[in-house]
Ligand binder design. Structure first.
Ligand SMILES: [Zn+2]
Length: 67
């Protein structure tokens, strides 16, 4: 793997990368905390899946702002 996989932006748990289906042609990063369940976007290769996951870190603080 070429890029470091950042911790989950929601719970800080170390995520893992996997193919959601055996023989699938895409990859996705998932939080290893089942209670969190954060998932990255499915991508056709490992590098893209990692990049997409890393882009969702840090957590979207603007969503916490009360309107
Ligand atoms: Zn998480």
């Amino acid at each position: 793997m070429s890029a470091p996989l950042l911790p989950c932006p929601f719970c800080g748990t170390k995520p893992y990368i996997s193919q959601p289906m055996a023989g699938a042609k895409w990859w996705e990063v998932s939080c290893s905390d089942e209670d969190c369940g954060a998932m990255g976007q499915s991508c056709p290769n490992v590098d893209d899946a990692i990049a997409v996951w890393n882009r969702r870190t840090p957590p979207p603080a603007d969503q916490v702002v009360s309107s």
